[in-house]
Write a protein that binds this ligand. Structure first.
Ligand SMILES: Cc1ncc(COP(=O)(O)O)c(C=O)c1O
Length: 462
């Protein structure tokens, strides 16, 4: 059998939807066909994707945030090929990994208040580790999380999920997990008052909805945690590594968490990885004796390819000044969207930090548009956003999606390598699609027709 994967891809890529319908999650294929996203991407480079016909798309999803460096960065390729060529003694287990030591050293150099790193294979695994570490370090059962939080979908992480749609059908979840509204210090204080809470786990900027905290929220939450003997854990799996224009998003508010969780971009877009950066006293409680040296861990964690991807990613963030670029391009986009708001009454709010931006829509005041808004929203809550995202994709070749179930917010999470020209492309495309959505009943009818046409086509093809 040949192992030419370019040839295999070329030979079989036309069957991708059929293969998934047959062997994987066919509902995903139905979704893609219904909204016309079944174009068949064949190549990815930097911030761009290319479909079968050669059309170029600007990717504002970044694979849910893993492509900070863009796709197929040459430095990542060099790093990974060099690991394979070196024939390193990977995953010996009864040894310790050199590359893991180096990556830990380089991560910790950026956070002088944290001392230790635990590596995992994904975001959810980093969250699971932090939950266990917090219980072990404090001897307390409670875990506090926020409304609309997203920390992953394994059982522990799901128990901290602030959207019921993800939980339904999978209960019972972990006990002693307490939900509080995001941005509500009084509710947090009430939850912590029992002094039975091990940790408050929070995304500095929430991924679902792109919710940005009030300016004093995180610092005062950290202070409340300290006062109640609760660990403050920042889930920076999406917001970390430069995404918001700082290395960690918590730096915007001068907060020093007890644990910081990373994953996504640390992979360089190639090799899954997760990390928990923690204070020394937490590690000393968890790994407190020789017979507990492997009390928590995972077979593939610290594998050489993942560690090399992490080291190379940190290097490219610096050498290409991508954190500064995220701050500058983010400002440019926020300014552009803010100006746009005065022209379109259904634009309700624009918010974000760096290149984590939410454009929220809301009901209009004018009579003509009210009817269209209600027609779309009655059919399906959150459908209004598809009035914008479908033409963005089809007509303007901009890939993005809504920021959660039944959400009225479109989320932008582009690679940190985007340029001023890309920002102009984004703003031009949104302006045209939003203007069209404000045309009134015509726009709604055309969305209805598009969805029905796709459904018919999908049924025929299926
Ligand atoms: C903030 C946050 N935490 C945790 C996770 C879970 O990461 P993973 O999908 O790698 O398990 C995600 C994934 O979207 C996330 O955005």
């Amino acid at each position: 059998m040949s192992h030419d994967y370019a040839a295999l891809f070329a030979e079989r890529e036309h069957e991708r939807f059929a293969l998934h319908e047959r062997h994987l999650n066919e509902q995903m294929v139905r979704v893609l066909k219904a909204i016309g996203y079944d174009v068949g991407f064949t190549r990815g480079s930097g911030q761009y994707l290319y479909d079968r016909t050669g059309d170029r798309y600007l990717d504002l999803l970044s694979g849910f945030g893993v492509f900070a460096l863009g796709r197929n960065h040459p430095v990542l390729r060099e790093a990974l090929v060099s690991v394979l060529d070196a024939e390193l003694p990977n995953l010996v287990q009864m040894d310790v990994s050199t590359l893991a030591g180096v990556l830990a050293e380089r991560l910790l150099a950026r956070v002088p208040y944290l001392d230790k790193v635990f590596f995992a294979n994904s975001g959810a695994e980093a969250v699971e580790a932090a939950m266990k570490f917090a219980r072990s370090a404090t001897g307390r059962p409670g875990l506090v999380y926020c409304d609309h939080a997203f920390h992953g979908l394994s059982y522990g992480a799901l128990s901290l999920n602030g959207d019921d749609i993800f939980r339904q059908g999978f209960e019972p979840l972990l006990p002693d997990c307490i939900r509080v509204p995001f941005n509500d210090l009084a509710a947090l204080e009430r939850a912590l008052a029992s002094r039975a809470v091990a940790a408050f786990i929070v995304e500095p900027v929430q991924g679902k909805g792109v919710n940005v905290p009030a300016d004093d929220y995180l610092a005062r939450a950290a202070e409340l945690c300290r006062r109640h003997g609760t660990l403050f854990v920042a889930d920076e799996i999406q917001s970390g590594l430069g995404r918001t224009g700082k290395f960690f998003a918590v730096e915007h508010w001068n907060v020093e968490p007890d644990m910081v969780l990373l994953s996504k971009s640390l992979s360089g877009g190639h090799v899954p990885v997760g990390a928990v950066l923690a204070r020394r006293h937490i590690f000393e409680k968890v790994f407190n004796r020789m017979d507990r040296a492997v009390v928590h861990g995972s077979t593939f964690a610290k594998n050489d390819l993942a560690m090399a991807a992490g080291i190379a990613t940190l290097d490219v963030l610096d050498s290409e000044r991508l954190i500064d670029n995220a701050a500058q391009m983010g400002d440019r986009l926020l300014r552009g969207f803010t100006q746009m708001m005065s022209r379109y009454e259904m634009m309700a709010q624009v918010r974000g930090k760096g290149l984590m931006i939410g454009v929220e829509f809301g009901p209009p005041k004018s009579f003509k548009l009210k009817a269209s808004w209600h027609a779309v929203e009655t059919a399906n809550k959150g459908l209004f956003c598809q009035l914008v995202t479908i033409p963005l994709f089809k007509e303007h070749k901009v890939l993005c999606q809504v920021a959660g179930h039944a959400s009225h917010t479109i989320k932008l999470l582009p690679p940190l390598v985007i340029t001023a020209e890309d920002c102009d492309w984004i703003l031009r495309a949104f302006e045209a699609a939003i203007a069209d959505a404000h045309r009134g009943p015509g726009a709604v009818l055309s969305l209805g027709k598009t969805l029905v046409d796709h459904a018919i086509k999908a049924r025929r093809a299926g």
